[in-house]
Design a protein. Sequence first.
Length: 238
Amino acid sequence: MNPKSKKDCSACSMLEHSHLGQCSRQSLSEMGPRHSNRFKKGQILFFEGNRPNGLFCVGKGTLKLYKTGSTGKEQIIRLVFPGDILGYRALIADEPYSATAEALEEGEACIITRDEFQSLLDQNPAFSQTLLKALCQDLGIMRDRLLQMAQKSVRERLAETLLLLLETGEKHQPIQPFGDRWIIPINLPREDLANIAGTSTETVIRLLTEFKNEGLVETVGKQTHILDRKELRRVAGM
């Protein structure tokens, strides 16, 4: 990553959206200014299996976290947004990264070293509790994904994926209906949609055409618009 400028964590504009917001301003200031590193679309921040050296704090841009199967196929675990932190599970467990982080667009991230991260945990009980809660939520998400893959049809999984992308975007920025439609703010290629839904790119293309013919969605350029959110939830079994 290319360094852009130095920033003080205690004055970061994304602090209110981050788990680091549970830390005292004093403990953040004691770490000193750090470089905000730029990354390009398609750039890898870290690879699955590598040892962690620090915590990544995303200030700008969206990334995907994915695991690679024995056949080389990706399985996207979750998406990462500005304000999110990456790598804390590997640091806490003292294990290699369990997934790869790849940029979906240009952005910026800062790095907090292993020692600095440990110091923040020691000095800020609220921060430690927030990360413990986040780890439990991650386990719940993985459990739900396993049930989804085992019990739902591909059609249901794709409908749920589209809704989850919309709802994930809503958590990070207010989304209002645009006329008679909801615009998914995350523009993923069909291959990535297939990786999340656990199917092939060809199947995703076919099902999106079906959804379009049924008046559920519409594609405009690279964007996907949801036309009937209630009916899509019914299709997803949500």
